[in-house]
Design a binder for this molecule. Sequence first.
Ligand code: BJW
Length: 250
Amino acid sequence: MDEDNVGAAAELLRGAERVVALTGAGISAESGVPTFRGQDGLWKTYRAQELATPEAFRADPTLVWEWYEWRRGRVAAVEPNPGHRILARWAAVFRSFTLITQNVDGLHARAGSVDVLELHGNIWKLRCTAEGTVVEDRRHPLPKLPPHCSSCGALLRPHIVWFGESLDGPTITRAFAASQASNVMLVIGTSAVVHPAASLPFTAAGSGARVIEINPEPTPLTATAHLSLRGQAGLILPAIDERLGTLRQA
Ligand code: BJW
């Protein structure tokens, strides 16, 4: 691990009052949840346009649901890792700490984070395609595929933002406002290619925030980030946390 960069990240965080963390699939990789892109990513085996679009769901709801059932099973079988847990703890360390995630796995909440801005929805929630009502349903496997709304009988869909769909207005508005107001923004485990989430760190940097990227690989954000820490989030976040503790005591 690059100890100098860990120290530099802790120094930036020590003086920060308003901190934002944006996470992507990489933070859950060490828990055993597959990422989307890259060597072992989901999109290597499955084609996004056949599964993660409203058109795919309209064409074959059972196929799409089978894929989500498989993913619900994987997520149910894993635990949050030290990266999730440090971010949950940091809510009490900084005057203002906003956690924004692109992940739908709910692992941040299971690690103890509250008020997480889930930009792309949640795999444990189902939405009625007719009424738009959202219900939480943690059963796995679901008794019947595809599931239907108990009130009107219409198809239920995963409460997830697919390609070409709009993000929840209040959630993305809060995410941009927090990014714009931040002193430091951590960008952890995202390939930084899916918008509008990928625009958040650029908004933060443009408003004067220091941007710290944590990722084993370079991304389109790397050139703009003030610090890039190469490696696994589950190792780097605890290392920063330890250094931060030492600095705060000094
Ligand atoms: C580790 C690690 C370890 C590994 N530690 N790190 C502007 C420009 C161009 C296009 C658009 C634009 N605005 C909108 C668009 C269209 C589109 C888009 O962005 N397309 C681009 C791909 C080109 N966006 C949308 O359609 C969005 N809707 C929208 O904007 O509506 C209005 C509109 C529509 C159309 C045109 C214009 C406006 C909706 C986006 C919804 C994204 N949904 C998905 C799928 C959900 C389905 C599901 O989960 O089942 O969300 S896509 C998928 O990608 C998923 C993720 O949340 C998202 C981001 O992926 P993430 O998290 O970055 O994961 P990976 O796998 O890409 O990267 C993992 C990273 O971790 C890697 O970098 C690894 O190196 C790293 N890593 N181990 C730390 N241990």
